[in-house]
Design a protein around this ligand. Structure first.
Ligand code: FAD
Ligand code: FES
Ligand code: FES
Length: 1340
């Protein structure tokens, strides 16, 4: 496309210097050397070569790529604005005149740290550290844009930043400690807190932490000093153009010049790239950021806003209007609604007009902007390129308008009467950064003096029903002229709306039944909200949404000072490097000059024969080097070696085993090219079969077998006592079932490998939890000896089991490509690929039969647990769950049968607390079932079944004490004020018909037995030069704090300060043959190993020390001793192998959790009000590391049981939950509002390492308390309506499931049913029977 052919008048291709911007004060000018589609994150990492800004989702959903930009503010010519944006969405050419700041600009070990960095470090807010730069820079953006930080802003600003490790609490505390209104106890904890505001800009008086006194280094100054871009710009690339007009006429002229086949993209925030990722490629990009008219705002009546006004700026304007002009009071609802659109960074960059265009192009998109503007009666002004004249249309006409040569110029919002009632809703799978299942707007002009008579035709709008559905027209007709205070009217309207909404059905959407229920429930909510105190108090609870207060946390633990630094609450060893972006992860290492990049070609069918793979078009793309598939594998096409029974191919050969399976690897000179080329490979399939995707389907298809037991090696049931006999004898028996869903690990650093050919083999750098297996699998795939392969791992950005075995597909593929090309190959998968090519946590299905007496004591349990292995059963966790299943209970007659099924899905793998958590869920579900059947309090049933000392256990020795019953429960009941709060919950439920609360207490026993296979090699070296100490161990640091604990143990044992100890990378030389780091075994055993090694060193050195003392009468300093030892030929290195037969003895971990929820029955939306968790950690080696493990693990468990839903396309088997848009782990605003963690005081462990106990996994099981608390809340609503039957709660228990289980019926929408509701509620809910389990009461 040549520009002349299109007649781009006044906009000739640029030949001179290109666009200029600064990155951390250094000026960069880009010309056509950078492709127009290049994102800022890639520019920073690849061209600027700074790596603190990370990339994961590339769709605006995770926050790791956040940077802060200072940009010319077109609204106030000459001034600048500063805010955070996501560099994965920002196009490089859109940065003209910007000053960009990354984490590197804030501080580091050389120049000192920014207060935000210090705070995160000081509050122990990093674990794997992969999210940390993004968290800090997001908060920095908030500080910079607002000039100050309040606690609320601090909390809400993190709506777009995911962290899988920490559970967010310490991150929130860290930032809130710097807030102007931060809680004093938080401020007190950060001793140098005053430093927080030393960064205030002397020039502007606003927050600006990177600013030096002389103004040098000030991003605002940097931006102001950049040349203003006041001329049209036009860059011409091979097939694409980039335009930046500075006037509307310039824009029209470009549009007029476009050919019929051109695909044009107007660029404002470019955040569409995060939603509709596959739109494009484009032949013309037009940045409209230079057109001032598009930013203009007229604050008056009507209110007018230019098309480029960002969502966040619009919110400010709405709030200003609502506060200052009565006739714009309704704009507060819009502001509130827009605050939950996307996340802070998207709202900073994204424009309202861009959002409307998304709706225009994808009419099914549940745009919150469209629906709210439509409700507000907005009118759009469009500009048309052909004649430049504006036209005015409403939003519904807009959807029908051909916009190919037209642009949105502005929106105009009319005033509303004082009696116009407005309500908007957005119902989402989690609190923030989620698109709506259903969104809705209600606008009614009413006469409050006349029964809230609807004076005009009301506006009732819905999104998320079906692409065509906007107005609930029949209901609008019906309500016109009717009185809202008339209950019959409301009942009829709800009925009508239920009939007229006809939700479509798609596997990735919520069910039509739920969406219909939402339409009805939201209408009722809106009306009740409008009526206020015209309805009885208990009905009023229908109206408001659940308000989330500011969250808080408390942590308590013992300080065992006598063994410090073991037991000292020290910050994580790597934390300083993590907060400054200096911590290096695999993909942060600069590429070698000849390094190639790979991208997978993945199958799109789950069960099909691969008839052909056509790479012709892909190979034509400049930069593509080769395509590698199974035929190129010199060794064996399997990436599994140890402990695995079945081969699992690196690349599929004849048939696909699951959708997403790698079929081959495109290798290119850069990653973008490899990714683009991989999409151009065409694969043909034959014999496509409908995939088996669920356990029940697999059972139906005879794909089930009894799983072999880890201990006996036999596929059989395990039995304690006489289960059949006890079932027959039991006064009552019950049967039930339960399904527990899968979970994506969400390692924030995706799977990656670099393989570099060497003179005798290859060096492999890999995101692995198991370097030994990486070495073995590479050797197997390449067919070369293991000693030719060197594997090294410095750290990984989260693992949770995902990097135990699955990432060997990546290292295997990269190795084959490196072998074939004889060049280094780097393969870093993106989030979408990671989620689809590798398996997740196994889904589970439980079937049980239980025998019980009248009191609730269980005499017998038959439990069949089935896990879904995916396409091959190599890593079933189900086999050994007989032990876990017992938890803190005693079931004298127990038969446990583990089953495994195979499905046409990726082979599932271990995920934090694999199987154990499902076993706990299964037994806790049984307790709830028993309680429901007997109409007893579930806690009573739990206490009645507590395990006494010295009774036989299935696959575990008897307990000496039941710590949960004797220590934890009494403490929990007291500290969590369970008794009083249960009464308060019961009161609340009696007084509120449409909001319900639930409170549940769950115990835990977790047997911790070191499997003999878990062995690690390690070495401790003391350097003669200065006495410093280096350690290398066979474990992997992935955030769990293994390095910190290891260093603490070494420092303690050798008797040196902690800062003299460093931990080196793990490799297959020192750590040869080490086993996987997982299950919390790695930390314990590596700590054990270095203790032994250090003790041996100390013993050797003490001989010399005694000699010196004898000779001189003085004790030598550490350095004198080291030098003397060296001089006397004492070996200052010691290696240790944690042999299986020398493992410490097994031990018990106990815990308990009290959790309270509040449910909005009409929508199913719920909030976790408070959690009190007590975990028995023995004598913690590192209390804040352990608190971090407890909190992070617990929040991961909450995700498993609540919002993390996995969906497949039933036809192709493709995983639909394949990115941040479709898969919803908890955010900082989903965690408990009040989160209190206690490490059990005075706990000792005679068996573990230095009295400690493992912490990384057990708390995840306690998260099941959210399900049992929700059951209480749901039960309460159902009981109000006379239904006290048992109901099955399969997990994740999404908001959809909660609402559906409540069983709301529109006929219950009686406005004046308060009296009967209160009467119904009396005593039928188990919540009111609290007196039976007062603290201290014994049941056995
Ligand atoms: C992570 C994430 C979460 C999100 N969550 C939500 C949500 O919950 N609810 C919701 O409603 N939306 C959501 N969005 C969508 C978001 O609001 C839009 O992406 C954003 O508003 C688009 O604005 P933009 O300036 O970035 O548009 P761009 O991406 O720059 O442009 C988008 C489209 O608009 C066109 N365009 C832009 N300006 C004009 C104009 N003046 N005239 C004609 N065409 C124009 C462009 O050609 C392009 O096709 C989310 C987006 C992301 C990335
Ligand atoms: S990588 Fe940019 S938000 Fe996830
Ligand atoms: S520390 Fe946040 S993801 Fe690991």
């Amino acid at each position: 496309m040549a520009p002349q052919e299109h007649g781009f008048a006044g906009c000739q291709p640029k030949v001179g210097p290109g666009i200029t911007f600064t990155v951390n004060d250094v000026s960069y000018t880009v010309d056509v050397d950078v492709p127009p589609s290049m994102r800022l994150v890639d520019f920073l990492r690849q061209r600027v070569k700074i790596s603190g800004t990370k990339a994961l989702c590339r769709e605006g959903g995770c926050g790791v790529c956040t940077v802060v930009v200072t940009v010319p503010d077109p609204e106030t010519a000459g001034r600048t604005k500063t805010y955070s944006v996501q560099a994965c969405q920002t196009l490089v050419y859109a940065c003209a005149g910007w000053s960009i700041e990354t984490i590197e600009h804030l501080g580091n070990r050389f120049s000192g740290y920014h207060p935000l960095q210090t705070a995160l470090h000081g509050f122990y807010g990093t674990q794997c550290g992969y999210c940390s730069p993004g968290m800090i820079i997001t908060m920095y953006g908030q500080l910079q844009s607002g000039g100050s930080l309040t606690a609320e802003q601090g909390e809400e600003s993190l709506d777009g930043d995911l962290c899988r490790c920490t559970g967010y609490r310490p991150i929130l505390d860290a930032f809130k400690s710097l807030a102007v209104d931060g809680a004093q106890d938080l401020k007190d904890r950060l001793t140098d807190i005053e430093d927080a505001y030393k960064g205030m800009c002397k020039t502007t008086g606003k927050g600006c932490g990177g600013c030096k006194k002389d103004g040098k280094g000030c991003s605002k100054k940097a931006a102001e000093s950049l040349p203003k871009v006041e001329k049209d710009l036009h860059f011409h690339f091979d097939n694409t153009h980039w335009f930046r007009p500075v006037s509307l006429n310039g824009l029209y002229s470009i549009l007029n010049g476009l050919g019929r086949t051109d695909k044009v993209r107007i660029v404002v925030g470019n955040t569409e790239a995060g939603v509709f990722k596959n739109d494009g490629p484009y032949t013309a990009y037009i940045s409209t950021s230079g057109i001032r008219e598009l930013y203009s705002t007229r604050v008056g009546s009507p209110l007018e806003m230019g098309a480029n006004v960002s969502l966040n700026r619009a919110i400010e304007i709405f709030e200003h209007m609502a506060a200052s002009d009565q006739s714009y009071h309704h704009l507060q609802s819009l502001a509130d609604h827009w605050k939950v659109v996307a996340n802070v960074a998207v709202r900073n960059a994204g424009s309202w007009a861009g959002n409307l265009m998304l709706k225009h192009a994808h009419v099914g998109f549940q745009s919150d902007i469209f629906i709210t503007l439509l409700m507000a009666g907005a009118e759009l002004t469009l500009g048309h390129a052909h004649d430049g004249s504006p036209t005015h249309i409403d939003l519904e006409q807009f959807l029908q308008t051909d916009m190919s040569r037209s642009v949105i110029l502005s929106v105009s919002l009319p005033p509303a009467t004082v009696n116009t009632k407005v309500r908007t809703f957005k119902i989402t799978p989690r609190a923030v950064n989620a698109h709506a299942y259903v969104n809705a707007c209600f606008r009614m002009e009413v006469d409050p003096e006349d029964g809230f008579k609807v004076l005009n035709r009301p506006v009732i709008l819905f999104g998320g029903i079906n692409p065509q559905f906007i107005h609930a027209s029949q209901t609008e007709d019906y309500l016109t002229g009717r009185r809202l205070t008339d209950s019959e009217t409301v009942l009829e309207a709800a009925k009508l709306i239920g009939q007229e909404v006809k939700p479509d059905s798609h596997p990735h959407d919520a069910s039509p039944a739920y969406r219909t229920a939402l339409a009805q429930g939201l209408l009722f909510k809106a009306i009740v909200g409008f009526l206020g105190d015209k309805v009885p108090a208990s009905i009023r609870s229908a109206g408001p949404n659940i308000e989330r207060p500011l969250s808080s946390g408390k942590q308590s633990f013992d300080m065992n000072q006598e063994s410090w630094p073991v037991g000292e609450p020290v910050p994580k060893l790597e934390s300083a490097a993590q907060i400054s972006g200096e911590a290096v992860y695999l993909d942060d290492v600069p590429a070698l000059p000849n390094e190639l990049h790979g991208a997978f070609v993945q199958s799109t069918e789950a069960n099909a024969r691969i008839s052909s793979i056509d790479t012709t078009e892909a190979m034509k793309l400049p930069g593509v080097v080769t395509f590698v598939n199974a035929q190129d594998i010199p060794g064996k096409n399997s990436f599994v070696v140890m402990m695995q029974r079945f081969p699992d191919p690196v690349f599929a050969e004849e048939r696909t085993a699951y959708a997403g399976q790698p079929l081959g690897l495109v290798v290119a000179r850069d990653r973008d090219t490899a990714v683009r080329a991989a999409k151009m490979v065409t694969v043909h399939y034959e014999d496509v079969r409908k995939p088996i995707l669920t356990i029940k389907d697999a059972i139906h298809q005879n794909r089930s077998s009894v799983a072999a037991n880890f201990f006996t090696g036999k596929a059989e049931s395990l039995t304690l006592g006489d289960t059949e006999g006890a079932l027959t004898a039991a006064p009552h028996t019950l049967k039930g079932e339960l399904s527990i869903g899968s979970q994506y690990h969400l390692n924030m650093e995706a799977h990656a490998a670099r393989v570099i050919p060497t003179e005798d083999g290859c060096d492999v750098f890999c995101t692995t939890q198991w370097p030994t297996e990486t070495q073995s699998t590479t050797a197997q795939v390449l067919g070369i000896p293991a000693n030719n392969i060197n594997v090294s791992v410095k750290r990984i950005g989260g693992g949770y089991g995902s990097k135990i075995s699955r990432q060997h597909i990546v290292s295997g593929a990269a190795a084959v490509a490196a072998w074939k090309t004889k060049q280094p190959v780097r393969l870093v998968v993106d989030l979408n690929t990671n989620m689809t090519y590798a398996g997740w946590r196994e889904p589970y299905y439980a079937q049980y039969e239980v025998g019980l007496d009248d009191y609730g004591k269980i005499s017998a349990l038959k439990m069949d647990l089935t896990s879904d292995a995916g396409h091959v059963a190599n890593e079933p966790s189900v086999a050994s769950l007989g032990t876990a299943l017992q938890s803190a209970y005693y079931i004298p007659n127990l038969t446990f049968t583990p089953h495994i099924v195979t499905t046409d899905t990726a082979a599932n793998t271990w995920c934090r607390t694999p199987g154990h958590v499902e076993a706990i869920a299964a037994i806790e579900n049984v307790m709830e079932h028993v309680a429901s059947y007997l109409k007893k309090d579930p806690h009573h049933v739990r206490m009645a079944n507590m395990v006494p000392p010295q009774v036989p256990r299935l696959l575990a020795p008897p307990h000496e004490r039941n710590v949960v019953k004797e220590d934890i429960m009494p403490m929990l009941l007291q500290e969590a004020e369970v008794h009083a709060r249960m009464a308060a919950v019961a009161d609340f439920n009696r007084s509120n018909r449409w909001k319900k609360r639930g409170l549940s207490v769950v115990p835990l026993w977790y047997g911790f037995d070191y499997p003999s296979l878990f062995r690690y090699g390690m070495q401790v070296a003391i350097y003669e030069h200065d006495g410093t100490v280096a350690v290398s161990h066979g474990g992997i640091e992935m955030g769990q704090g293994i390095n910190t604990k290891v260093a603490q143990v070494v420092a303690y044992t050798l008797g040196v300060p902690l800062d003299q100890v460093v931990i080196k990378a793990s490799d297959t030389m020192v750590g040869a043959n080490s086993f996987v780091t997982g299950g919390s075994f790695g930390t314990d055993l590596c700590a054990h190993g270095v203790r032994k090694a250090s003790a041996a060193l100390r013993e050797r050195m003490d001989v010399v020390k005694e000699k010196i003392e004898k000779e001189t009468g003085k004790s030598p300093t550490w350095l004198e001793l080291v030098k003397k030892c060296h001089g006397e030929d004492v070996d200052l290195c010691e290696r240790y192998w944690t042999a299986g037969k020398e493992h410490p003895e097994r031990y018990d971990i106990w815990g308990g959790c009290c959790l309270e929820v509040e449910v909005d029955v009409l929508t199913g939306v719920y909030m976790i009000r408070r959690v009190d968790l007590i975990e028995d950690c023995g004598r913690s080696m590192s209390p804040y590391v352990d608190v971090g493990q407890v909190e992070g693990s617990f929040i991961m468990g909450l995700g498993l049981f609540t919002s993390e839903l996995v969906k497949f396309d039933p036809q192709s088997g493709q995983k639909l939950s394949n990115g941040t848009w479709e898969y919803k782990p908890p955010t900082a605003l989903d965690i408990p509002v009040d989160f209190r963690v206690t490490l059990l005081p005075n706990s000792k462990n005679p068996h573990g390492v230095l009295g400690a106990k493992a912490t990384g996994e057990p708390p995840l099981c306690l998260a099941y308390a959210v399900v049992t608390a929700l059951r209480q809340a749901i039960t309460s609503f159902r009981a109000d309506h006379g239904d006290d039957s048992w109901f099955q709660m399969d997990t994740p228990i999404t908001v959809e499931k909660v609402q559906q289980l409540c069983g709301v019926k529109p006929k219950q929408f009686d406005l004046y049913a308060a009296k009967s509701a209160d009467a119904d509620a009396r005593g039928s809910s188990p919540l009111v029977r609290i007196s039976q389990w007062m603290p201290g009461r014994r049941f056995l």
